[in-house]
Design a binder for this molecule. Sequence first.
Ligand code: GLA
Length: 408
Amino acid sequence: MPNWFTTRTDEELATAAHRLFVETFAEDEAGAAAPEPVGVWAAPGRVNLIGEHIDYAGGASIPFALEQNTAVAVRPRTDGAIRIASEFDGSVAQACVPLSSVWPRHPADWSGYVAGTIWAAVEADLLQCDGLDIAIVSDVPVGSGLSSSAALECSIAVAAYELDHGHLPDDAARAGLVEACIRAENEVVGASTGGLDQNASLFGQRGKALFLDFATGAVERIPFDIASQDLVLLIADTNAPHTLSDGQYASRRGIIDDVQSAAGCTIRDIPDAVDFAATVAEKSSDSAELYQRRVRHVVEETERTLSAASVLCASDMDTFRQLMRDSHVSLRDLYEVTTPELDSAFNAAGEFGARMTGGGFGGAVIALIAKDDVDATAQAIEEAAAQQGFPAPTFVVARPGEGARRLH
Ligand code: GLA
């Protein structure tokens, strides 16, 4: 029998974060009873429908915010310290980071997502902060390619913003917070990721997908009404662990950055980018063929995503599903970011309308399938994994949820 994720309601998540806050910070340093959190904020993970590994190349993506969230119960401090308690895997991890000790690559562990976001937002003059007590609980699976790190950054960003300004950020302020979250991840934690995840988590809207154009910075909320066509989006987390702070993601991005810096523009604006990549490769230790393969993925995935946006608006889901399939094949053969577990789930889901989602090297596969096929597809993916000795996957049916917000 396939395993399914359990997801808490907003109310349950807010209660859990509140409880963790009170249990952790029940007394201040002098032993006196400390006040309750001022509020609880949340931000979702995301699933990307198409447009993979092109956010750092002037491409485009169509993600949506998940109904799985990270919630943070927060209270301001006045001594410049960020005290954090985070519930993870049945235990609670704690950290205390003085804001004055946040700088590139410090702290580079999980607390860097939290302290780094506040540091970057303060540095960008988006908000002021003299310290926070923070309790974190999350339903976003970690290491599944569903952006648990962006959910964490963005929940902290909206909380710190509202605590300083007295209201939630509007879209213009959200765009600034996206940049702060990216900076935290790139500079403090040291993961060289693009802006897909943070845009999805901060701009998501219930019932809507997002069209993100990284060449112009445009964020468009577009309809994603698959229910009226009796379709659902099934996520299969392969439970093969993935991390983006290791060298694999950076090596893919390194080649793209190399080509872009030689051209002085993004891949999207380079005429004959694949040929151009070969000339750039001559100055590196990698082969021209490798550079061309990587750049070909970026060029074709960008074209696919632009087509996908049009066919989605026309509700042509058959073409959309074909594009999803082609995207996986390109990520497998040209960009080489899939794993045997991801390919197994892709094959077992019937390929059409399926693809890996997120950074790859582990994580999840999505399948846009008929509502009535959910159980059979999950079963097929699970059986294929078992036959090859892979971990049992975990499943969830994904629907577009609300972006970063206040819960309580
Ligand atoms: C990760 C990164 C994103 C993006 C995707 C691949 O999720 O955080 O910026 O590059 O991988 O599309």
